[in-house]
Design a protein around this ligand. Structure first.
Ligand code: HEC
Length: 143
C-alpha cells in the first residue's frame, strides 16, 4: 500500500491495515465497496498483463477487460469527484471529475484490442490504460 492509500484508509474511507487500530474498528475485517472495486480492477489488469506474457488465454483476458470496463462505468458512483479530490491532495476537482471518463475510455479501447490485436499491441494499450486511466486518480501509482 502506498502512502496515499494509507492516508485514505486512515481518513476513514476504508478500513484497511496501516492505521491506528481504533480508526479501523468500524470496518474491521471487511473491505468497502470502493476497495473491492479497486481489487477487482487490479486483478483484471494483472490478468491482461498475464496474457501479454502468453500466460493465459485470450478469451480469459478479454473477459477480464470487459469486467474492467464494467467497473470503470461504476466509478462515478463509487468515487464522486468531490470526495476523490478531497482525498487525493494532488488531484484538482476538475481532474477528479474527468478521471472516471478517462478510465472508461481507456478500458474500452483495451477491451477492443483484446478482440484480435497482437499481445504486443495489447501491452501498449494496457500501459495507456494504467497511466491515463488508473493514473488519472493514482498519480503516483497504486502499488
Ligand atoms: C476515480 C479515481 C480512481 C481510478 C480511476 C482508479 N482508482 Fe484505484 N483507488 C482510488 C481511491 C480513491 C482508492 C483508495 C480508496 C479505497 O481503497 O477505497 C484506490 C485504491 C486502489 C487500490 C488499493 C485497494 C485496497 O484494497 O487497498 C488499488 C490496488 C487500486 N486502487 C488499483 C487501481 C487500478 C489498477 C486502477 C485502474 C485499472 C485504479 N485503481 C483506478 C481511486 C481510483
Amino acid at each position: 500500500m502506498n502512502r496515499l492509500t494509507a492516508a485514505l484508509a486512515c481518513a476513514g474511507l476504508v478500513g484497511l491495515a496501516g492505521c491506528d487500530p481504533a480508526a479501523r474498528a468500524p470496518h474491521a475485517g471487511q473491505a468497502t465497496a470502493q476497495a473491492q472495486a479497486m481489487q477487482q480492477m487490479k486483478m483484471d489488469v494483472d490478468a491482461i498483463a498475464a496474457f501479454t506474457g502468453s500466460k493465459i488465454a485470450r478469451s480469459d483476458a478479454l473477459a477480464a477487460s470487459q469486467d474492467l470496463l464494467a467497473w470503470s462505468k461504476r466509478l462515478p458512483d463509487l468515487f464522486p469527484a468531490a470526495q476523490v479530490s478531497a482525498l487525493y491532495v494532488d488531484l484538482t476537482p476538475e481532474m477528479a471529475q474527468a478521471a472516471p471518463e478517462a478510465m472508461r475510455r481507456t478500458a474500452e479501447r483495451l477491451a477492443a484490442t483484446l478482440v484480435s490485436a497482437s499481445p504486443a499491441d495489447v501491452a501498449v494499450q494496457l500501459t495507456v490504460t494504467e497511466t491515463q486511466g488508473c493514473g488519472a486518480c493514482h498519480r503516483k501509482g497504486y502499488q
